[in-house]
Structures are given as C-alpha cells and as structure tokens.
Design a binder for this molecule. Structure first.
Ligand SMILES: NC(=O)C1=CN([C@@H]2O[C@H](COP(=O)(O)OP(=O)(O)OC[C@H]3O[C@@H](n4cnc5c(N)ncnc54)[C@H](OP(=O)(O)O)[C@@H]3O)[C@@H](O)[C@H]2O)C=CC1
Ligand SMILES: O=C(O)C1=N[C@H](C(=O)O)C[C@H](O)C1
Length: 246
C-alpha cells in the first residue's frame, strides 16, 4: 500500500483526491492537511499530493522533499525559475522526487501534445482558456504550459511570430504574451476547466478543444502520478506526458 498525504485536502481538488485515494486498492490515505494545519501530520506518508495555492506551494514542496517525501503537485504557478529552485533543493540533498503537472487530465495532456505537434504547420496560433470564476490565477497553468510548448516548437522549426496588424488596443484586449503566443483567459460561472488552441493558415483553421466536465476527470492522472513518482528516472518531472509514453 502506498501511504498518501493530501495538502489542500478541504479544497475543490484536494477533497476529490482524498476520495480517489480512499477508493484505490493500492493506497492508504494517512494524512489530510489544509490551511492552518501543521505539516508534521504528513511525516507518516510516502507520497504527498499538493493542490493548494501558487503562493504557498513552494514552502509546502520544500518541506516535503527535505523530509524525504515524494511529491505529486497539481498546484499551478511553476515558471522556469521555480523549477530551477526545486532542482537546487534536490541537488543540495533533499531526497524526495517531485512530479509537477499543470494538468492531470488525460485529454488535456493530449491537447497539449497535439498543439505542440500542430504549431509549426500554421502561421497563426492563439490559446483561449475558460474556467470557473473562483480560480485564483490567470492565465491557467495549462494555458501557460501549452503556450511554452507551442513557442518552443515554433522556434525550433524556425516559424516567425503570428501575423498581427494591431497598432491600437485597450490594455489586455489581445491577451497575455507567453513566449510569443497570445493567451486569453475567460472566467465564467457554470464552467469547470476548458481550453481551445486556435491555429490558422492559408484558407483553413484548426481548433483543438478540451473540456473537463468535473474534477473527477483529473483523478486517473493524479493516481498514476502517485503510483509512479517514487521510481521516475528524473528527480523532477514536469507533466505526465512521459508517464503516458507520449
Ligand atoms: N494540475 C491539475 O490537473 C489541476 C490543478 N489545479 C490547481 O490546483 C490548485 C488548487 O485548486 P482548487 O482545488 O480549485 O483550489 P481551492 O481553493 O478549492 O483549494 C485549495 C485549498 O488549499 C488550502 N490551502 C491554502 N493554503 C494552504 C497551505 N499553506 N497549506 C495547506 N492548505 C492550504 C485552501 O484553504 P483556504 O481556502 O482556507 O485558503 C483550500 O482548502 C490551483 O493552483 C489550481 O489551478 C486545479 C485543477 C486541476
Ligand atoms: O484551477 C483550476 O480549476 C484548474 N487549474 C489548472 C490550470 O490552471 O491549468 C488545471 C485545470 O485547468 C483546472
């Protein structure tokens, strides 16, 4: 049995993770921690799952890896400098492995994979993410990661910037620029988590869309991460693509 602790256990995702772990035959939920609780309760765990907040996740993660616990992190906010910081803790001797995924939904991972493949073939590409209005961060971690992957694929293929004749705009009207890719964030009651990658070429457009209809949809990916994190070849793994052989 894998002993699992959950950080952010009373939150929307954390509560769903607790249910999923309790329902898994090969896992035991040994600790649930939320805002204001001491982290010590997690010491009985082998793997800690974090779905908290971008402002607190780095402190949580440092505590976990320095206590030799493996961490599966769904909390967003991981830019390249944060990832370097995690690597520096591990280089300094922190024992825990870390798996950070901006999205554990299998369909969402495939959306990012297909977007990266398609990006060099179209002169225009933009990302639109749509979420519930209680979300703290914009753009979403998934949209940020998608734009990074698209930007890198286009740079590698020598594709220039998407054409755009805008010379006058209200601030924000053209979205955020992430590695040369425009990213737009919608917040709307009734939504959970959705994203479109819009690609345009000569006389054709190609749209890749993913919709998460509930938070249970993320659980197969989270449980896969819990099962595999201890044996991953790299101490820090970003995304679950490699776990799906993508
Ligand atoms: N990777 C993925 O597949 C997915 C990632 N996410 C990401 O997960 C994160 C959480 O989302 P969601 O569950 O909707 O958010 P919620 O606000 O519903 O849950 C976060 C929980 O963490 C608690 N919390 C805050 N600070 C701490 C702390 N220091 N220690 C322990 N618990 C703390 C919050 O308490 P309080 O409310 O009192 O502050 C809350 O209960 C976000 O970054 C979101 O983008 C979401 C869905 C899927
Ligand atoms: O906050 C959410 O809800 C979600 N957060 C993640 C993100 O920012 O990409 C994953 C998913 O989109 C749901």
């Amino acid at each position: 049995m894998i002993k699992v602790g959950v950080l952010g256990a009373r939150g929307r995702m954390g509560a769903e993770v607790c249910r999923a772990v309790e329902g898994a035959d090969d896992m035991e939920l040994v600790a649930t921690v939320d805002q204001g609780d001491a982290l010590d309760a997690l010491e009985t765990a082998e793997v800690v799952v974090d779905f908290t907040h971008p402002d607190v996740v780095m402190d949580n993660l440092r505590w976990c890896v320095e206590h030799g616990l493996h961490a599966v992190v769904g909390t967003t906010g991981f830019d390249p400098s944060r990832l370097d910081t995690v690597r520096s803790w591990q280089a300094a001797g922190a024992k825990g492995n870390v798996l950070i995924a901006p999205n554990f939904g299998i369909g969402a991972v495939l959306m990012m994979h297909f977007a990266r493949k398609a990006a060099p073939f179209f002169e225009s590409v933009e990302v639109v993410e749509l979420h519930h209005p209680n979300k703290a961060d914009a753009p979403s971690g998934t949209a940020f990661r998608t734009a990074e992957l698209i930007g890198a694929a286009r740079a590698e293929a020598g594709v220039g910037p998407s054409p755009d004749a805008t010379t006058s705009e209200l601030p924000g009207a053209r979205g955020a620029d992430v590695d040369g890719v425009r990213v737009h964030a919608v917040r709307l009651s009734g939504l959970i988590a959705h994203q479109e990658v819009l690609l345009g070429g000569h006389g054709e457009t190609f749209t890749i869309r993913h919709d998460a209809m509930n938070r249970e949809s993320f659980m197969p990916g989270v449980l896969l991460g819990v099962r595999r994190v201890a044996e991953l070849p790299d101490r820090l793994t970003v995304g679950i693509e490699s776990l799906l052989d993508l």
